[in-house]
Write a protein that binds this ligand. Structure first.
Ligand SMILES: [Zn+2]
Length: 338
C-alpha cells in the first residue's frame, strides 16, 4: 500500500509501505475511505516539534473494515466505521468513567494518511454506521473522528450551558467545530475570535453571533465590552500557544470556565493569577469515543455539518500538497481520499 511519511520539516513524501496486518486479537485493519491533515501535523512539519526518524503520519480516519482480530465482536468486515485519534478498550476504569482518551491501553493513531490502517483496540474504538453513508456525509463523519469530537469536548470542558455566553479562541478546524458545539449545547451568544474573512463567514454560518478580530489585550478588551465588562461564561481555547491561552484565561468571567484543547506549546500558567481569577480550567486530548454515537447521529440526521471545515480535497497521493496548503494558510483543512 501507499502512505505519507515525514522525513524532515517541510518534507512529506507519499511512499510504498508494508500492508498493515492484524497483530493482536483486538486489532482491525480498515481500508481508508477518507483521512486528512490535522493542524497538529503542522507542528513537526514546521520544525516546531522534532521529526526524528522518518515515520508515517495521520490520526484521522473513516473507512471500511477489511479484517478483524478474534476478539473484535462489535464490527465486522464490510462495515463503514468511524474511530478516534486515541484508541481505547472502552472497558477499563478510565473508559468506564468516560475518559477513553486516558484508556489504560490507549494507543495514539499515527499512520492514517495511508490506503490501509491498523486500528489497535478496535473493539473499543470503532463505531459502525448502520449503512454505508452517502458520499456527501463522509467529510462530516471524518470530522467527528477528531476536530468535531475535540470541539465538542472543548465546549463541555468549558461548561457551555443553554443561554450562556461562549468565546471561541482559534478559527482553525477545531475552533470552528467548537462554534458548532457551543451552538448545539445552547449557548445564546457565541463570540468567535478570527482574523480571516473566510473563517469568520463559516463561524457565523455555524452559529457565531459576534466576531472579534483583535488579539492580545485589545482582543480581551473587546470580549469584555461584549460581555458586560466581566468576560464570558465559557471559553474554548483551540490553539495551544501562550498567547491563545492568555487570551482564553482573560476572556472568562470570574466563575467561568476555560476548556483547552489546543496541544500546548510553551504554555505556562501563572498559578497566582489563576488562583485569583476564579476561572475553572480543564483540557487534554478529547475523549472522542464517548461522543461518537451522539455526534455520528447528529451528522446523519443533518443537524450538524462539520465537514464544511474541509476547504481543500485532494487525492491521497497529493498529501504533500495538503501539508503545503495548510502550512501556507491557503487551506484550513485538507481532506484526502485514496
Ligand atoms: Zn480503557
Amino acid at each position: 500500500m501507499r502512505g505519507a511519511v515525514i522525513h524532515a520539516p517541510g518534507d512529506v513524501r507519499f511512499e510504498n509501505l508494508d500492508d498493515p496486518k492484524v497483530m493482536e486479537p483486538t486489532d482491525a485493519v480498515i481500508r481508508t475511505v477518507a483521512t486528512c491533515v490535522c493542524g497538529s501535523d503542522l507542528w513537526p512539519y514546521r520544525g516546531l516539534e522534532p521529526v526524528g526518524d522518518p515515520h508515517p503520519m495521520g490520526h484521522e480516519y473513516v473507512g471500511i473494515v477489511e479484517e478483524v482480530g478474534s476478539e473484535v465482536a462489535n464490527v465486522r468486515p464490510g462495515q463503514f466505521v468511524v474511530g478516534s485519534f486515541a484508541t481505547s478498550d472502552n472497558t477499563c476504569v478510565n473508559c468506564l468513567n468516560g475518559w477513553q482518551s486516558s484508556c489504560l491501553n490507549r494507543e495514539f493513531m499515527s499512520t492514517c494518511q495511508a490506503d490501509y490502517v491498523r486500528i489497535p483496540n478496535a473493539h473499543g474504538t470503532l463505531v459502525a454506521t448502520d449503512e454505508h453513508p452517502d458520499a456527501e456525509m463522509v467529510p462530516s463523519l471524518l470530522a467527528v473522528s477528531d476536530v468535531m469530537g475535540t470541539g465538542w469536548y472543548a465546549a463541555l470542558a468549558a461548561e457551555v450551558k443553554p443561554g450562556s455566553t461562549a468565546v471561541v479562541v482559534g478559527d482553525g478546524a477545531v475552533g470552528l467545530c467548537g462554534v458548532i458545539a457551543a451552538k448545539e449545547l445552547g449557548a445564546e451568544r457565541i463570540i468567535a475570535m478570527s482574523r480571516h474573512a473566510s473563517r469568520q463567514k463559516l463561524a457565523l454560518e455555524f452559529g457565531a453571533t459576534d466576531i472579534v478580530a483583535e488579539r492580545g489585550d485589545e482582543g480581551i478588551a473587546r470580549v469584555k465590552d461584549l460581555t458586560g465588562g466581566i468576560g464570558a461564561d465559557s471559553v474554548l481555547e483551540c490553539v495551544g500557544t501562550a498567547d491563545s491561552m492568555r487570551q482564553a484565561l482573560h476572556s472568562a468571567r470570574p466563575g467561568g470556565n476555560v476548556g483547552f484543547v489546543g496541544v500546548p506549546h510553551e504554555v505556562a500558567i501563572d498559578g497566582e493569577e489563576l488562583f485569583f481569577s476564579h476561572v475553572g480550567l480543564r483540557g487534554g486530548p478529547a475523549p472522542v469515543r464517548r461522543y461518537l454515537p451522539d455526534l455520528i447521529d447528529r451528522v446523519l440526521t443533518g443537524r450538524i455539518n462539520p465537514g464544511k471545515v474541509f476547504d481543500l480535497s485532494l487525492p491521497l497521493d497529493q498529501v504533500a500538497e495538503g501539508y503545503r496548503a495548510m502550512d501556507e494558510r491557503r487551506a484550513v483543512k485538507a481532506l484526502l481520499k485514496p
